[in-house]
Design a protein around this ligand. Structure first.
Ligand code: GLC
Length: 433
């Protein structure tokens, strides 16, 4: 069955990427996400690279065109496209920062997966000139993270907004966000609930808090030291650090391939290796937890990001085995049961906030499955990895390229024609053809 269906799936995935292509960048989704998002673009470039390498490289160049002068690569580039998206470019007031680029962007970043994607593309078709061109920009971004976001010199970097984690309304943020006052409401009109049902999007009070943080950043003119000193939301995030570590390993390989000295990257890698497990691993529960820097305590919430250290090679074989046995395959957490038929839920089913249709509170995301699939493969858990891939492709066959899926019935939620679901399906299928 697969053999006859999969080539057709590639064709429809290509169609989604073409439809969302503006010529310069690819929208993550046609209505809900009409601009260029940072990690989406990297993944989209991977998908495009299978059938149009020049277009894939253009996607990356276009993302890098929004880099701030201090090295930060922003989470969204607006590219002057008119839209009903909120927050719109003016809301951010990035011109208050001396580092803002000429292109309109947001003032925060996203998980730095780009270097890893460029390495994957280069492994399929060597692109040494392109690597020479973009290497200094990638290095600047990673250096910015290690300089401005390493608050305690552990080599672990922090995020200052839930959106920087890419898992925007994860239950990991609930307790941290509770400390943010929302009595003096900012007035704005949300755009996200115009195209997607309200019960699939963040609650209003959480959205108020997201805006409160942006307001604080613009009042601080995006001065990182000032923000870190004042903000109630400063978190060392397992997912972000795992992705950064893997990206540093990949950047090291790219640098060596073009004859660059990688001492600086080696230093970041050594520090992360020394401190990642010390900070995030909790042997009592056998889980990785994020760390709330303001409260100086772990955020004891079990979401699918507990498996991300496998993507970075940061877990030991013993830790990985324990995570799989106690959580991945366990029906009370991430395993299948009479209610949940597909893997992998973005949050543990055991959580009080578990909500199988709401954004990051439970639904399945193709990207999370893809990242965890890579980790499982690398650790030799082939059956579990294949299950994630099969479940992901089944969801796509059943409900199309959606932003996320209800793990009980596979119903598609959020944005339609979602680009990274298409791009990653291409990557998965092409590996087999
Ligand atoms: C959502 C996701 C984020 C993604 C963006 C665009 O906000 O949480 O990770 O980058 O959509 O697709």
């Amino acid at each position: 069955m697969r053999d006859s269906i999969l080539p057709a799936t590639i064709k429809s995935a290509q169609l989604v990427l073409r439809k969302n292509d503006t010529g310069v960048f690819t929208k993550p989704g046609p209505h809900q996400y009409p601009h260029q998002w940072n990690w989406d673009s990297a993944l989209i470039a991977l998908g495009l690279s299978y059938f149009d390498l020049p277009r894939a490289l253009l996607e990356i160049r276009s993302l890098l065109s929004g880099q701030w002068q201090d090295g930060m690569l922003p989470h969204v580039l607006y590219h002057g496209m008119p839209s009903d998206y909120f927050p719109h470019p003016d809301f951010w007031e990035i011109e208050k920062s001396p580092n803002a680029p000429r292109v309109q962007t947001t003032g925060i970043t996203q998980p730095p997966i780009l270097a890893s994607i460029i390495r994957l593309i280069n492994e399929k078709q060597a692109i040494p000139d392109f690597i020479r061109e973009v290497y200094p920009r990638l290095l600047d971004w990673h250096r910015w993270l290690h300089t401005y976001r390493d608050v305690d010199k552990t080599g672990l970097v922090c995020i200052i907004h839930p959106w920087e984690s890419g898992t925007d309304d994860s239950p990991r943020w609930l307790k941290v966000l509770e400390g943010i006052p929302i009595e003096n409401k900012l007035t704005f009109s949300r755009g996200d609930t115009r195209h997607v049902k309200e019960n699939e999007r963040p609650f209003p009070q959480d959205y108020q808090r997201f805006m409160y943080l942006i307001d604080l950043f613009r009042k601080s003119s995006y001065n990182q030291a000032e923000i870190l000193a004042q903000s109630p939301f400063v978190v060392q995030d397992v997912l972000f650090n795992a992705i950064l570590h893997r990206a540093n390993l990949d950047l090291q390989v790219l640098g060596a391939a073009i004859g660059e000295n990688t001492d600086e990257i080696d230093g970041w890698i050594a520090l992360m290796n020394a401190n990642f497990n010390r900070r995030f691993w909790h042997d009592d529960d056998g889980l990785y937890y994020d760390f709330d820097v303001v409260a100086q305590k772990p955020i004891r919430v079990n979401t699918a990001t507990i498996f991300l250290p496998l993507f970075a090679g940061l877990a030991s074989q013993k830790q990985a085995k324990r995570l799989l046995k106690a959580y991945f395959n366990h029906p009370d957490y991430y395993g299948n049961n009479e209610c949940v038929l597909y893997q992998l839920t973005s949050a543990s089913q055991s959580l009080f906030s578990w909500d199988p249709r709401r954004y990051w509170r439970g639904p399945i995301w193709i990207l999370m499955n893809w990242l965890i699939y890579q980790g499982l493969q690398a650790y030799g858990f082939i059956a579990e990895a294949e299950k994630l891939r099969d479940d992901s492709l089944s969801l796509i066959l059943k409900s199309g390229f959606r932003e996320y899926y209800d793990p009980r019935d596979g119903i598609g939620c959020g944005s339609v024609e979602f680009s990274w679901s298409a791009a990653l399906a291409i990557d998965w299928i092409m590996q087999d053809l």
